[in-house]
Design a protein around this ligand. Structure first.
Ligand code: HEM
Length: 278
């Protein structure tokens, strides 16, 4: 499959000529002197596409699990215990959640490392790209720029969240999560993370579809328009779902603030003496 690649990645051709005295630039000039010798740029591009696709699919599934709090406290409690293996291993093993988080973290770091190749390197490249973007006024080029910035923000914000999940896998549940969101003051981070992650992922999926020619129509302009609608639809759906879900955690966290730290026990499991306490 030939990548259509309308991509602003080509903008690294705008590289400033004065930078070519650094060792990195010398190495890059040397490799450019033998065109077609290395398959690595293509392999790295494929790896970046694959890791991005997996992360975007993970994010959709993650939103579905986290928003189960909108169904009921018990629904979210059941999802959390399911990922700890409680329903097939006899008791919950939170280390299983840490294992999944470690996998997602590795994928995330790998994807970020691959993406670094596309960031403008230095002020001259940055200025050249911004001037180019402003002159071109093309929706896809502006979206790529938004993806660079949301990706940069994710370096920091997603890492905080992932580290917390890695280290406290047993503290996932209706009260535990709501206490973290409200009493633990995580809601501002989640609010920003939600916008950054959903915009980044939906732009990424749009660009993947365009680049690899998925869902191509006979008329390229029509297929681009169609993909753009799907992209906007995905962003709107997941941001709305995320905001409503975050609102539910905030409400529950505020209501539970006096008892912050207390674990959630479903009514069906609480001892008769304790029942009625929650
Ligand atoms: C395996 C890895 C992950 C696990 C186990 C996990 C788990 C959770 C849980 C349990 C919550 C509910 C709040 C809480 O308990 O603190 C949450 C919220 C959230 N997570 Fe994750 N998460 C993971 C990865 C990610 C990644 C990679 C992103 C984005 C890059 C992300 C973005 C969010 C956002 C934005 C919220 C707030 C939800 C909302 O706005 O409705 N999470 N996550």
């Amino acid at each position: 499959m030939t990548p259509l690649n309308p991509s602003p990645e080509r903008h690294d051709l705008l590289a400033a000529s004065t930078a070519e005295t650094t060792p990195l630039a010398v190495a890059s000039v040397a490799s450019r002197a033998k065109p077609g010798k290395s398959r690595w740029p293509a392999r790295l591009d494929l790896l970046q596409s694959l890791s991005g696709l997996l992360l975007a699919l993970f994010l959709m599934a993650h939103m579905a699990f986290v928003s189960s709090i909108l169904i009921s406290h018990d629904a979210f409690y059941t999802v959390a215990r399911f990922f700890e293996g409680a329903y097939f291993l006899g008791k919950p093993y939170p280390i299983l959640v840490s294992g999944v988080v470690a996998g997602v973290l590795a994928l995330f770091v790998g994807h970020a490392w691959l993406a670094l190749r596309k960031f403008p390197a230095g002020f001259r490249q940055y200025r050249a790209f911004v001037a180019h973007k402003n002159r071109l006024r093309h929706g896809d080029t502006s979206m790529w720029w938004l993806q660079v910035w949301t990706g940069f923000a994710l370096f920091f914000m997603a890492t905080i969240h992932l580290y917390q999940m890695l280290m406290n896998p047993s503290l996932i549940g209706p009260y535990e999560s709501a206490d973290r969101v409200w009493t633990g003051n995580l809601w501002p981070l989640y609010l920003l993370l939600l916008f950054a992650a959903e915009l980044h992922a939906s732009i990424g999926l749009y660009r993947l579809a365009l680049k690899w020619g998925w869902f191509d129509a006979s008329d390229p302009n029509r297929s681009r328009r169609r993909l753009r609608w799907v992209k906007h639809g995905l962003s709107a759906f997941f941001i709305t779902l995320g905001l409503v879900t975050l609102g539910a955690y905030i409400d529950l966290g505020r209501a539970h603030a006096e008892h912050a730290g207390e674990r959630y026990v479903p009514a069906s499991q609480s001892a008769p003496a304790a029942s009625g306490r929650h």
